[in-house]
Write a protein that binds this ligand. Structure first.
Ligand SMILES: Nc1ncnc2c1ncn2[C@@H]1O[C@H](COP(=O)(O)OP(=O)(O)O)[C@@H](O)[C@H]1O
Ligand SMILES: [Mg+2]
Length: 220
């Protein structure tokens, strides 16, 4: 079976005023279809940089990323945007909801973009994340947990092959973090979506199929 996603010898550096920091050092890894992978590592070890590159939000200095055998690390901005619409979703720690749209409109937004809007699909996801009663609320009227459930529903509405989440429970209390985790796992199983989650939560890492540890820009 071929991997869903593979990264070969990824390098990434950032130039600061007086020095260059080499953040990712020859990182190679693979993610299998429907696999649940936790990425762990100290703050500043390069986790966010890594998943941004794996998700096509950022480009490596050298190395390649392949999604279902197609190289995505050399695509143009436009081609990448289409790829993200079709196959890749991302959930951010700070939610990134569109403030002027309601919960239902935020969730349906990716379908609007691709011209496939369906009220029925939006309603299905609203039910799955238990936000039907909040469908007409705006982001500023929601709790942190509700915002993250909205973001997750929006990320899954396109039935992506792979969902990346960067510390999705980092801004939530324990109870909300637990419920977000459960929703992610249920949806992963239902939609067969591969899940790649950056986390500090040992409970989450335990449930994952595999943990990738990043230390000083290396996979260990
Ligand atoms: N756009 C950027 N410009 C300069 N330095 C950056 C940039 N993004 C990240 N870094 C640096 O790269 C290192 C890794 O950052 P990051 O990937 O965010 O780590 P983590 O998510 O593991 O905390 C840090 O030293 C950070 O300051
Ligand atoms: Mg980070």
């Amino acid at each position: 079976m071929s991997s869903l996603l593979s990264a070969n010898n990824i390098n990434k550096s950032f130039s600061l005023e007086d020095r260059v920091i080499h953040v990712l050092k020859n990182i190679s890894l693979t993610i299998e279809p429907a696999e649940f992978v936790a990425i762990m590592g100290k703050s500043g070890s390069g986790k966010s940089t890594l998943i941004s590159i794996l998700a096509g939000l950022d480009t490596p200095d050298s190395g390649q990323v392949f999604l279902a055998n197609e190289e995505i690390s050399n695509l143009s901005e436009d081609a990448l945007a289409l790829k993200r619409q079709a196959d890749i979703s991302f959930v951010f720690q700070s939610f990134h909801l569109i403030p002027t749209l309601t919960v239902a409109e935020n969730i349906g937004f990716p379908l609007k973009l691709s011209g496939n809007h369906s009220e029925e699909t939006v309603n299905e996801l609203l039910q799955k994340v238990e936000l039907m009663h909040r469908r007409n609320s705006f982001p500023h009227q929601l709790s942190g947990g509700e915002k993250q459930r909205t973001a997750i529903a929006r990320a899954l509405i396109t039935q992506p092959k792979i969902l990346f989440a960067d510390e999705p429970t980092g801004n939530l209390d324990e109870k909300n973090a637990e419920s977000i985790l459960q929703i992610l796992i249920d949806l992963q199983q239902e939609f067969n979506t591969a899940l790649v989650i950056v986390t500090h939560d040992p409970a989450l890492a335990k449930i994952a199929n595999r943990t990738i540890n990043i230390v000083d820009g290396f996979v260990v």
